[in-house]
Ligand binder design. Sequence first.
Ligand code: BV8
Length: 241
Amino acid sequence: MDLRNIVILTGAGVSAESGLATFRGPDGLWEGHKVEDVATPEAFARDPALVHDFYDARRAKLGTVEPNAAHRALARLDAEWAGELLLVTQNVDDLHERAGSKRLIHMHGALTKGWCLRCNERFDWAGPMGGAAECPSCGTSGMVRPDIVWFGEMPYDMDLIDQALRDCDLFVSIGTSGAVYPAAGFVQTARYCGGQTLEINLEPSLGSYMFDESRIGRAGELVPQWVEELLQSAHSRPMSR
Ligand code: BV8
């Protein structure tokens, strides 16, 4: 098959070796919280201070971690791949962009963004957001929420992602448990439309059986190997125009 268009999905496992916690660790808690207590609109309405504390802590952590070899390899692929390439991340950290990835979508939002519920503007946000944070656009305080897609909310850019999945020749899922939809269903769309599918994960994900190939191991080791392999084969067989 002439390999031109690639879609890559990443999850928390790609940031694990940078020191950021994944979601479904052994205790099933998420930084000490039950996910429904912090990552839903209802939780925010019920206890905004708790939810702000949870995200303020994770946003503050960003300054203490660095992209790892997997992030850097994906940024290298972004720079060198002559065909279409789209990196869709479920992660809300900024490690892919800090590594240099450009063709990137944060389908679940980003810790580095805020959203004003008064004027509906979205904007960059660096520090704590709890309490009476003031909207940089309309000046209202206490109406800013994290620009994060919570459970029950629609992920971003789904039309664009769906089209890319339908057009892709290869879909690669990296560091995700396949527990959360609609991201966990992307492999089905890619398969249905004739794409090859590859999973790179520390253990088989819930959707492992749907992948043509599964490479088990650490992203920091396997992703650079896979990118090198891909670029080598592209150099030996230049793409048809
Ligand atoms: C929606 C932001 C509807 C918050 C997150 C069917 C279809 C559609 C929806 C649903 C459905 N069934 C159920 C639903 C509802 C729900 C859902 O999927 N629930 C699950 C729990 C059953 N989905 C939703 O609510 C979604 N919204 O469907 O809206 C709609 C329709 C129309 C109009 C309006 C609404 C929204 C989901 C988004 C929720 N937000 N994050 C935040 O981050 O604070 S989800 C959260 O889970 C994170 O984004 C995270 O990325 C994501 C998935 O987790 P993973 O990334 O996979 O992380 P995890 O820890 O689970 O796994 C890590 C993996 O890495 C492991 O496999 C591990 O082995 C591996 N690993 C570890 N270390 C390494 C490694 N791999 C390689 N190397 C290593 N070193």
